[in-house]
Write a protein that binds this ligand. Structure first.
Ligand SMILES: [Zn+2]
Length: 322
């Protein structure tokens, strides 16, 4: 985690110091998640936490970021931890470390998956890919090429993703039947990849708050306004039933935003404080912060995400201003 000395890192972090860095983790585990590809080990996560503490960062819940901004309270050198989808690995591997280091977390949940009720289309697709050779996958996709109007590519993921949003589940269900021996119900009962209500209840007793990650994990930029609104509104209602609290925090699946116009309208109509993307774009100086930094993968990349990239972005932002 220390490609540069701590003093140099501190210097690099100065331009964005007054802004909360919102960090995003997907899966903290030893890589055994059956419905996800990339994981950060619990030991790797703990190293990052200790590194942030050494740099003088304070950990605050995401809801506090927006409350502090409204009250004009300083957010200097603060970090907010978030995670998406609601994997049960969050309970087994992340939650014990949160308790150990007294850290808050915002958990963005895809509500149809809670309590292992269902897989979202993207999880089905990951399981299919994990259990099928590329040749067989190509063959299976070819069978559905015309009926699902697939645009063919050498990359099976690109071919699969060319199906419309409304048909992704149907295509994934067909491929599942052809490629996987277990039914989805059997798979869910055996693997239990998502948080149960009991696990969620225990996490909510700790310093964990909930946010919406939609009902079904769609690409939000390909939904109509009405569909996008109900994806967020319906999931917020489920979360309120579970936690007894209204949430006004939302994170886009894949960090892919809808249009600015739809975003402003939906924020207003649903009273959302946050609609979080990921930092693909150059928006270091955004207030309030709306994009998250991905902290999985390799330590070196995390380090660059946290230090050099924001620095580069801020310089680029400043050059644009003048
Ligand atoms: Zn997600």
């Amino acid at each position: 985690m220390y490609p540069f000395p701590v003093w140099l890192t501190r210097l690099l972090l100065l331009p964005g110091a007054s802004q909360t860095r919102i960090l995003y983790y997907h899966d903290i585990s030893e890589g055994a998640n059956p419905i996800y590809f990339t994981s950060l080990s619990p030991a790797g996560f703990e190293r990052q936490i200790l590194w942030l503490k050494k740099l003088g960062y304070r950990f605050i819940p995401l809801s506090e970021v927006y409350a502090a901004q409204e009250a004009n309270v300083s957010l200097n050198k603060t970090v907010s931890l978030t995670t998406d989808d609601g994997f049960s690995s969050n309970f087994f591997h992340l939650f014990p470390l949160l308790k150990k280091h007294k850290l808050p977390l915002t958990l963005f949940l895809t509500t149809k998956c809670i309590n292992n009720q269902a897989l979202a289309w993207n999880h089905k697709w990951i399981v299919i890919r994990k259990h099928t050779s590329p040749d067989k996958l190509e063959l299976l996709l070819k069978q559905h090429r015309d009926s699902f109007q697939l645009t063919w590519s050498d990359n099976p993921a690109t071919t699969f993703n060319s199906v419309s949003m409304g048909q992704k589940d149907a295509l994934a269900d067909l491929l599942w039947k052809e490629a996987i021996q277990d039914s989805q119900e059997e798979f869910l009962a055996r693997e239990r990849p998502f948080l149960s209500l009991e696990q969620l209840g225990e996490m909510l007793q700790g310093n964990v708050e909930l946010g919406s990650h939609t009902v079904s994990h769609p690409f939000c930029n390909s939904l109509s306004y009405a569909d996008l609104k109900s994806e967020i509104q319906d999931s917020c209602q489920v979360l309120e039933q579970i936690s007894g609290k209204k949430t006004n925090l939302f994170a886009y699946p894949y960090g892919i935003r809808t249009s600015q116009e739809q975003e402003t309208r939906i924020k207003e109509e649903l009273g959302l404080k946050a609609m979080l993307g990921l930092r693909f774009s150059i928006r270091l100086l955004d207030h309030p912060p709306q994009d998250r930094i991905r902290m999985e993968d390799t330590p070196k990349r995390n380090y660059l995400e946290f230090t050099i990239k924001p620095l580069g972005r801020s310089i680029k932002d400043l050059l644009r201003l003048h």
